[in-house]
Design a protein around this ligand. Structure first.
Ligand code: U2P
Length: 229
């Protein structure tokens, strides 16, 4: 009797989802990581770096991605193989994408490969909240709102190859944005720990910064280098 009843409930749920036109792949998530990378650290490491076809990016943080995440730690990925990256949906954003979300991978390219990867792996897991245009637009707006380089330079922290306290860097960003960031480091060829990526947490609408439910493990020393670019 009981198993049949569960089956019936499942069937009713399925019919309701169909009525609401909710896709069956709809996957929930708890918050976004908005991740920005410092090009000086990407290039000054063991991995190779190539400037985009449009030329050397500005000495500023570049967007890496807007990643749906779970409070428990993990994250969904590659949620909808049928949803392809479509440049025509973001044609009004492309010139901003080139300056704010530049690719640094080799061989040199125009960025479409990077944006396709980010959409396919991460963006498709947020489609219940943001369509493709909204997703990329949200990331561009967050970059402007965070203005990380300004927050750091206001506190005297500049990309000049000097070393700064990890706590000092976190404090400068917290004072400017109101929330504690996650900091990820990598190593240069002399094994110096350097500022590589900054993680800010964002609500599921993609518009508001929030306190991070969980912070990534950053692999940083207590003093880290802010390399020139
Ligand atoms: O950390 C290495 C790579 O794992 C992916 N990552 C990491 C943390 C997280 O919360 N979500 C996530 O996707 C990133 O992969 P990418 O988007 O670059 O392919 C990250 O670079």
């Amino acid at each position: 009797m009981k198993p049949n009843f569960s089956l019936f409930i499942c069937f009713v749920c399925f019919l309701t989802l169909q009525q609401l036109h909710l896709p069956c792949f709809a996957q929930d998530f708890d918050f976004f990581y908005f991740v920005q990378q410092w090009p000086g650290a990407y290039c000054d490491s063991r991995q190779s770096c190539c400037y985009p076809k449009t030329g050397k990016p500005a000495a500023d943080f570049g967007i890496h991605g807007l990643w749906p995440n779970y409070k428990s730690g993990g994250w969904p990925q590659n949620c909808n193989p049928d949803s392809e990256f479509d440049e025509s949906q973001i044609s009004d954003l492309l010139s901003n994408m080139q300056t704010e979300w530049p690719t640094l991978s080799c061989p040199s390219n125009d960025g479409v490969k990077f944006w396709t990867h980010e959409w396919t792996k991460h963006g498709t897991c947020a489609e219940s909240e943001l369509d493709q245009h909204d997703y990329f637009h949200a990331a561009l707006k967050l970059k402007q709102k965070a203005n990380l380089l300004h927050a750091l330079s206001n506190a005297g922290i500049k990309p000049n190859d000097e070393f700064y306290g990890l706590r000092e860097i976190k404090k400068a960003i917290e004072e400017a944005i109101g929330f504690t960031p996650g900091i990820e480091c990598n190593k240069d060829s002399s094994h110096n720990s350097q500022l590589y990526q900054i993680y800010l947490c964002v609500d599921t609408s993609g518009a508001e910064f929030i306190e991070c439910p969980v912070l990534p493990h950053g692999r940083c020393d207590s003093r880290i280098q802010f390399p020139k670019f």
